[in-house]
Design a protein around this ligand. Structure first.
Ligand SMILES: Nc1ncnc2c1ncn2[C@@H]1O[C@H](COP(=O)(O)OP(=O)(O)OP(=O)(O)O)[C@@H](O)[C@H]1O
Ligand SMILES: [Mg+2]
Length: 331
């Protein structure tokens, strides 16, 4: 198998809040290979956005600090490489689509100006010569690729003049301008109505597939996971509790948290009613020792006071749980 493009290993992130340290990410490891589409799922507050922001190097420090681990990109550690080299990778080799299009766009510049500026810097970096008209042409081209209606008109428009769905398309265009190899998306389209969100996700799916991009996306919607992701990481309270190929994970969820998460999805057929997961995410300042899911787990027992091993439960399918037979432990 080819080496992973993104290789996060043992990443721990602390937040300083009111003089206390909260360990929000506790030894997170995940990998995304070229062309792979990975999803990161888990309930609100479990550390998904912090993970993506750490990868993009946009965690505000303080309050955040990286306590341990490495973030490998194409074989080099983003955390130890010179800042200039890291900044050059951001927005070029890896790019992020943000959740909230309004705050990610500058309200006082036209869409055309904002996209053309990105092209100008990219051209300078790559030694490409392109005049103003050439840059405009490229902007129109990329707006067309994200299926923006009437790109010529949108070129001169300000963000406020666009609908939420159109703004999200602009953000996707921005993320794709530099032809990245890895696209990171934090719940794209969740600020939009369901129909527009479905359109945005379908667009993203097509663009990523057409370019054979690697994708790491956060979503709350397990239906979207099944449709878009070939691999899933399940996060609970800053730890990865299970990961595996999408089909295997849905067919044989092996961690009680994953099982509960899947149970929560209301079924269209049958009589099952919506069930929530009892309890809440723990306090990160003083989290439960051992398995962080222990206090909410229906299967908890004495062993769970120790950190569970990563147990291989199928091909490329791993669950961090004492319930599983530790036939084969993986790092
Ligand atoms: N700026 C901050 N200062 C202090 N703590 C923070 C800060 N940002 C995040 N956290 C902590 O990190 C935890 C995880 O936050 P994160 O935004 O990653 O959650 P999430 O999984 O993305 O949730 P959601 O699904 O709601 O977006 C929060 O519960 C909070 O305790
Ligand atoms: Mg989030």
């Amino acid at each position: 198998m080819n080496a992973p493009l993104l290789d996060v290993a043992g990443l721990s992130v602390d937040f300083a809040t009111y003089g206390r340290q909260a360990r929000v990410l506790d030894g997170v490891s995940l990998q995304v290979r070229a062309g792979q589409h990975a999803a990161l799922v888990g309930e609100t507050g479990c550390g998904k956005s912090v993970t993506l922001r750490a990868i993009m190097g946009i965690l505000k420090s303080p309050p955040a600090s990286i306590a341990a681990g490495s973030i490998g990109f194409d074989g080099a550690d983003l955390l130890t490489m010179p800042a200039r080299q890291r900044d050059a990778l951001k927005g070029t080799a890896m790019s992020m689509v943000f959740q909230d299009p309004m705050t990610a766009l500058n309200p006082v510049f036209t869409i055309g100006d904002q996209l053309a500026t990105i092209i100008k810097y990219a051209d300078r970096r790559m030694g490409v010569r392109r005049d103003k008209q050439g840059r405009k042409q490229r902007v129109i081209e990329v707006l067309d690729q994200v299926r923006m209606p009437d790109p010529e008109r949108i070129f001169g428009a300000y963000p406020i003049m666009l609908s939420g769905g159109m703004r999200q398309r602009v953000l996707i265009a921005m993320a794709l301008l530099n032809e990245p190899r890895l696209l990171i998306a934090d719940e794209p389209g969740t600020a939009l109505d369901v129909t527009t969100q479905a359109e945005i996700l379908a667009l993203l799916n097509d663009l990523v597939a057409a370019r054979s991009l690697a994708l790491l996306m956060i979503t709350h919607n397990l239906g979207v996971v099944r449709e878009m992701a070939d691999y899933v990481y399940v996060m609970y309270a800053g730890t990865i509790v299970e990961h595996g190929p999408t089909e295997a994970l849905f067919e044989r969820p092996s961690h009680p948290y994953t099982q509960a998460l899947i149970e929560c999805v209301p079924k269209l057929s049958g009589t099952s009613t919506f069930k929530g997961i009892d309890g809440t995410i723990p306090d990160y300042v003083d989290p439960p020792v051992g398995c962080r899911f222990r206090p909410r787990c229906p299967h908890r027992h004495d062993a769970c006071f120790e950190r569970p091993p990563n147990v291989t439960v199928g091909a490329n399918h791993v669950a961090a749980c004492w319930l599983r037979q530790p036939a084969e432990e993986v790092a």
